[in-house]
Design a protein. Sequence first.
Length: 142
Amino acid sequence: MKEVVVADASRLGTSVSTRFHAGPRALERSLALIRAPLERALGLTRRAELYDAVKETTQNETDLAFLSPELRDVLDNGETYRREVRGRPRLLALLFGIVTDAFLDWHRFAGRDVTSSVPRLAELLQTYEYDAVSAFILGGGA
């Protein structure tokens, strides 16, 4: 937005001074709001991806007592997880995009170019540990 205002003002021959101040709490709040949907989508995707491996591993087994409760759930509900992931194929990419855009925009408005940190942010989002992602984003990619 800042870039558009400055460009339009320049085109009109007007000088504009811009200042931006958003405290870290605004970004922290945004990250907190997206946390639950992102964790749910990641968990669902991981369970759907595990299904084939668990199914193949247990194919010739009659006693499944060795499975952890989580893997038992994956085996019992794997088809449901797959359907849910297939029903919303771009959800995870959309959520990752929201976090990445918030990271870039917040720092851009503060006058910092953090574009080179986006690949590291993408890695952190794949493993998604909220505290690590939050610290990385608020720290400017450091």
